[in-house]
Each structure stands twice: as C-alpha cells, then as structure tokens.
Design a protein around this ligand. Structure first.
Ligand SMILES: [Zn+2]
Length: 107
C-alpha cells in the first residue's frame, strides 16, 4: 500500500449560488428562498402560476418566500405600483393554499 497518497483540495469548494434581493426588504438571499414574480404581458404575476411549456421570460422580481411581512401591499407598492394589492393577496394565498378564508384578526 503506497503511503504517499495526497489529498487534493478543489480550488472552489462552494459553488456559486445566484443571489437575488427582495423587492420589499432588499435583503439578499439565495434565489431558492424567494417567490419569483414576472412581468408578462398584462402585468405582474407569480412565476409559479404559468403552465408548463409556457415559459415566460422578461422582467423578474423576487420576494421572500417565508416572510409574510414582505407580502404587505405597502411594501410591494414601491416595485409594483397599482398591482401591489393584488400581488399581496396572491402571495398570501399561494403560501397557504389550503386556507380559503383570510383571517382579518391578523391585521
Ligand atoms: Zn423580503
């Protein structure tokens, strides 16, 4: 058994993870931790909503997927203007797909 085996370390151990920043809180995080929104034709929509095969390209925006505070209309208004209200609702319903009723007690 040769005792001169050398362990070589790869020059770049960590792969580059693309970072995005939230349009609401401006925090930088890995892309996978965001909900992606895209501007398609009629306006902004959740990227996850389009059907397979209908790849929509164009302007993209990212909002924290796990931070309800970033889904508030007033925080989205900077990026989405008049569409902030409907996108705020979309974000809240898509994160709780089983909850059909909104609870005003949380407001
Ligand atoms: Zn955020």
């Amino acid at each position: 058994m040769p005792a001169s085996v050398q362990f070589t370390t790869a020059p770049s151990v960590a792969r580059h993870v693309p970072e995005r920043s939230c349009v609401a809180c401006r925090k930088k995080r890995p892309q996978g931790e965001f909900v992606r929104l895209i501007h398609a034709g009629a306006g902004w929509t959740l990227a996850g909503k389009h059907k397979a095969g209908q790849l929509l390209s164009g302007r993209g925006a990212y909002v924290c997927a796990d931070t309800p505070g970033c889904w508030a209309e007033k925080r989205l208004r900077r990026a989405f203007g008049a569409q902030a209200a409907s996108l705020s609702l979309l974000l809240q319903t898509q994160s709780h797909p089983q909850a059909q009723e909104l609870h005003p007690a949380n407001l």
